[in-house]
Design a binder for this molecule. Structure first.
Ligand SMILES: C[S@@+](CC[C@H](N)C(=O)[O-])C[C@H]1O[C@@H](n2cnc3c(N)ncnc32)[C@H](O)[C@@H]1O
Length: 183
């Protein structure tokens, strides 16, 4: 079984429910890559259609990819090896399909209760060597309905105390990976 994660910067909603592209942040590169490596994710895709945004991310990834970086902070450099930067979700799906020999099952995520599958039911089966999974994460005010309709399933939201539910994507990713892959 292979698990992949993709962080989408387009198409996502802004506060006014317009469809926008968001910017890549340094901490989304660092923190999500570390969680992905901790839980055995095969690749962490950072998806942004804006060439200057991809160049920005590539510059950071390049910085952490040489011998000097490895010596200075090997835990960060190791995590950065998981990052792949792409323009479109379709490019991600095509690359995984090519690598795995079949289309991954796509898992949408949202803080809104539109989930079609519970964590308990999805608990990923490490013994299932054939199936690959792609977990989609949003930025801004979350992925558009159009993106979520491409998913084979949408995970139930993480619910805490109940009154406030505004996790960062970094925290949400760590909780999702722990619930699906944690021992
Ligand atoms: C909408 S973005 C918010 C990004 C925010 N600006 C930040 O700094 O992280 C958060 C993304 O994390 C995931 N997420 C956040 N809260 C969640 C929850 N309660 N349950 C499941 N996924 C959640 C979803 O992928 C969502 O699109």
């Amino acid at each position: 079984m292979s698990v992949y994660v993709a962080l989408l910067h387009h198409p996502v909603y802004n506060k006014r429910h317009d469809i926008v592209s968001t910017c890549i942040t340094g901490f989304d590169l660092h923190d999500i890559a570390r969680s992905c490596l901790t839980y055995g994710v095969k690749k962490y895709y950072v998806v942004n259609p804006m060439p200057t945004q991809r160049q920005f991310a590539e510059r950071i990834v390049d910085f952490w990819s040489d011998e000097e970086a490895l010596e200075f902070n090997w835990t960060r450099a190791e995590a950065f090896k998981l990052i792949a930067i792409k323009a479109e979700l379709a490019d991600v799906i095509a690359e995984i399909t090519e690598a795995e020999g079949q289309r991954p099952k796509i898992i949408g995520t949202s803080a809104k209760p539109q989930g079609t599958i519970s964590f308990k039911d999805l608990k990923l089966d490490a013994g299932d060597t054939k199936q690959s999974y792609l977990i989609l994460l949003g930025t801004g005010w979350g992925m558009t309905e159009e993106v979520l309709t491409q998913a084979d399933m949408i995970l139930e939201p993480i619910i805490g105390e109940g009154g406030y539910n505004h996790l960062s994507v970094r925290s949400a990713n760590a909780i999702i990976l722990d619930r699906l892959l944690g021992r």
